[in-house]
Design a binder for this molecule. Structure first.
Ligand code: PMT
Length: 403
């Protein structure tokens, strides 16, 4: 279940070219289970017709502060009280200035002024307008007043210039809202996550690897950030964009990953070993490309060092969580790994099945710790990550309270 499920969100749309992206944003919020009411400024209606938002949100679009029918019942106050959160996307420079000044001349301004729930802005404007000292000062003051500023992003702009000022993408905005709604159970904690595959070179052009995409580990890093943790992500080669707030250490081989994780682990409260680390590496890396002289080729492989066991054996060890990727006897193998590696918790998943595991968007986990277990049924990796982080937070706090 997404953190946005059944959340009541007012989506404020102001008059900028990025208003068209608010259509997709509405769809994505609805898909995540939120109930959305759209409030448009007069200028916004020049970019997108209210009917579009009405169709996408399934609710009447609110436009006028002086709508006599609505205002006889104090529409702007009612709207502000209805919402769990107000997101203004796009938020123009003009809207930010009005919000800073406490203006109530438009319905959206009045709703924001009357709000007692979190207000988030996704600024979108030309890069020079964003960097103008007036806008920067408005942004700083709004942030001081605990308005959440989401973005802007850097990139090509509608005006043809390039720089900071692009509205964050709808998917990223949904993730940011999820973070706002997440209880900060890991506030003040540091979490080290390993993710992705490793690559073991055979020669300058070939390597041994596995099917890990990094999706599970990256989702865990994001979920830990949303829960208030400072996150370091040690990542094997993947094609994913890491969470913006994470410190990222990129590695290639199992030995690189071992060195990075061991170097960092004692400085963290929690280690989560999601990476699919190679168990074996070629005994020798050929200097030149291996030629196909013979019918068969034998390659000698040596065992790699086990990162999880080494972390769990550190004198000042973090709360250590391992993963187990299994094709049979899932619970028995996971329990054996929990004990033999001296872990605090293990999350086991089936691999090689039609659903879940390597390189899929969804996963299911059987989580086990000394004295407890829980099954997390098949769901998106983002969702599974939220649930696993909750379990980790509970067990980590319980352990801390008993020591
Ligand atoms: O990346 P995705 O495509 O999203 O896929 C997610 C995943 C399937 C890779 C992930 O959910 C998962 O199962 N990760 C662990 C994969 C694995 O290597 O499992 P294992 O059972 O072989 O290893 C057990 C544990 O030992 C793992 O935590 C692993 O990180 C760790 N290990 C293994 C070898 C080694 N040399 N050092 C280690 O620390």
């Amino acid at each position: 279940m997404s953190r946005l499920t059944e959340k009541r969100i007012i989506l404020g749309v102001t008059g900028g070219i990025a208003a068209y992206k608010a259509c997709d944003l509405t769809r994505q919020l609805i898909r995540a289970g939120a109930c959305v009411r759209v409030v448009m400024t007069r200028a916004a209606t020049s970019f997108v017709a209210p009917l579009t938002f009405q169709a996408l949100s399934g609710n009447q679009v609110h436009l006028d502060l002086l709508d006599t029918e609505e205002e006889s019942a104090m529409g702007h106050i009612r709207l502000a009280r209805w919402a769990d959160l107000i997101l203004v996307a796009p938020a123009t420079a003009d809207f930010m200035a009005r919000l800073r000044a406490g203006s109530a001349g438009e319905l959206l301004d009045a709703v924001c002024l009357a709000a007692e729930v979190p207000v988030a802005l996704a600024p979108a404007m030309n890069r020079a307008m964003w960097y103008n000292p007036a806008t920067q000062e408005n942004a700083a003051i709004l942030a001081e007043r605990r308005v959440h500023l989401l973005g802007p992003d850097k990139g090509m702009q509608a005006c043809g210039e390039s720089g900071f000022g692009r509205m964050m993408e709808p998917i990223e905005l949904c993730q940011a809202l999820e973070a706002i709604f997440t209880e900060k159970t890991l506030a003040g904690c540091s979490v080290l996550v390993s993710a992705g595959p490793t690559r073991e070179s055979l020669d300058p052009v070939r390597y041994l690897t596995n099917r890990s995409s990094g999706k599970m580990g990256y989702a865990l890093a994001q979920a830990a950030i949303n829960a208030g943790a400072k996150v370091t992500l040690v990542s094997g080669p993947v094609l994913l964009e890491p969470p913006k707030e994470a410190i990222v250490v990129k590695v290639e081989t199992a030995a690189d990953m071992f060195n990075s994780v061991i170097g960092l682990a004692s400085g963290h409260d929690i280690y989560i070993g999601t990476a699919a680390v190679a168990d074996y590496t070629p005994a020798q890396v050929e200097e030149g490309k291996i030629k196909k002289h013979d019918e068969a080729l034998t390659i000698l492989l040596n065992r790699t060092r086990d990162i999880l066991s080494a972390v769990a054996g550190l004198p000042s060890r973090p709360f250590t969580v391992g993963f187990a990727a299994e094709t049979g006897h899932l619970e028995a193998h996971a329990k054996e790994k929990l004990e033999s590696k001296g872990l605090d918790m293990i999350a086991a998943n089936w691999v090689g099945q039609p659903e879940g595991g390597f390189d899929r968007d969804e996963n299911a986990l059987w989580v086990c710790w000394p004295g407890g277990e829980k099954y997390l049924p098949m769901a998106s990796k983002q969702n599974i990550a939220i649930q696993l982080i909750e379990l980790i937070s509970e067990n980590y706090s319980a352990q801390k309270n008993t020591t």
